[in-house]
Ligand binder design. Structure first.
Ligand SMILES: Nc1ncnc2c1ncn2[C@@H]1O[C@H](COP(=O)(O)OP(=O)(O)OP(=O)(O)O)[C@@H](O)[C@H]1O
Ligand SMILES: [Mg+2]
Length: 246
């Protein structure tokens, strides 16, 4: 579905992404795993179109993908930023209705989507409460579904679980597994190996701007020469560095 080929981006003289090659298929979650500064956020920003002037090639379903330039491409893409992007002084329902409107959904479609997404986020009983009264985890769940109102086929998430309590983290995972089962393609950045192992079908390991290996956790372990290796050992073998140290 999404093909990223030889993606490269520099902030001035700093080569944040040197060579990123990977693909994300329909109904799968690809985990982009790497330490701080590996280039994960930069990669996502290039795909979403927040950064331009990158080199390489991005395509979706075989056609050039340029969400910053084409509304049709934006309609296919859901982006869940790490920072909250919801209004605290509006209710959950009003927030989702607003996002649905911005994506051009008609009245009936909107009502259906708002109810469905409130249900998905486990917030149906809080629909008429101001978001400012929500816990951090509830705000995160709302933030996630706010990016899904237009039913995108590809969803990019940049460390959506940072600062989230374990219960809401579990709920987020369940939401993502449900999306996957509906055929949505997910690209998920994290530096938590346990998360990658639990949620992702395949993992792309990124180090110093380069995707150094891609595969299922067991393929990566085999490539590292140890079929029982966990992702931490694979990472150490591939990069000479430990994920935990960084
Ligand atoms: N706006 C910026 N201007 C200059 N350099 C930047 C900027 N944003 C990121 N960088 C640099 O680019 C490199 C990649 O950063 P990036 O944020 O993509 O990494 P990351 O893998 O998302 O890290 P983290 O796990 O900390 O979120 C780092 O060396 C970082 O210092
Ligand atoms: Mg980042």
């Amino acid at each position: 579905m999404l093909e990223v080929t030889d993606l490269a981006y520099s902030y001035g003289t700093r080569n944040a992404v040197r060579q990123a090659n990977f693909s994300v298929h329909q109904g799968e979650c690809l985990g982009l795993l790497g330490p701080n500064g590996a280039g994960k956020t930069t990669t996502i920003s290039c795909i979403v179109g927040l950064l331009s002037e990158w080199e390489g090639n991005l395509s979706l379903n075989g056609a050039e993908f340029r969400p910053a330039k084409r509304q049709a491409d934006r309609g296919k893409l859901g982006f869940v930023p790490q920072e909250l992007a919801v209004y605290l002084n509006l209710t959950a329902e009003e927030n989702l209705n607003l996002f649905a409107k911005l994506h051009g959904l008609g009245r009936q479609e909107r009502q259906r989507a708002v109810s469905e997404k409130l249900e998905l986020a486990g917030l149906a009983d809080r629909r008429r409460d101001l978001v400012g009264t929500f816990s951090g985890g509830m705000k995160r769940r709302l933030n996630l579904v706010a990016g899904l109102m237009h039913s995108p086929e590809l969803v990019l998430l940049d460390e959506p679980t940072v600062g989230v309590d374990p219960q809401s983290r579990n709920h987020l995972f369940e939401m993502l597994l449900k999306l996957k089962s509906e055929g949505v393609a997910l690209l998920y950045t994290t530096h938590y190996m346990e998360e990658a192992q639990r949620l992702c079908d395949r993992i792309a390991i990124m180090n110093e701007g380069t995707v150094v290996a891609t595969g299922t956790p067991s393929e990566l372990a085999e490539d590292a020469g140890e079929s029982n290796a966990d992702l931490e050992q694979v990472f150490l073998k591939l990069t000479g560095r430990s994920l935990k140290d960084i």
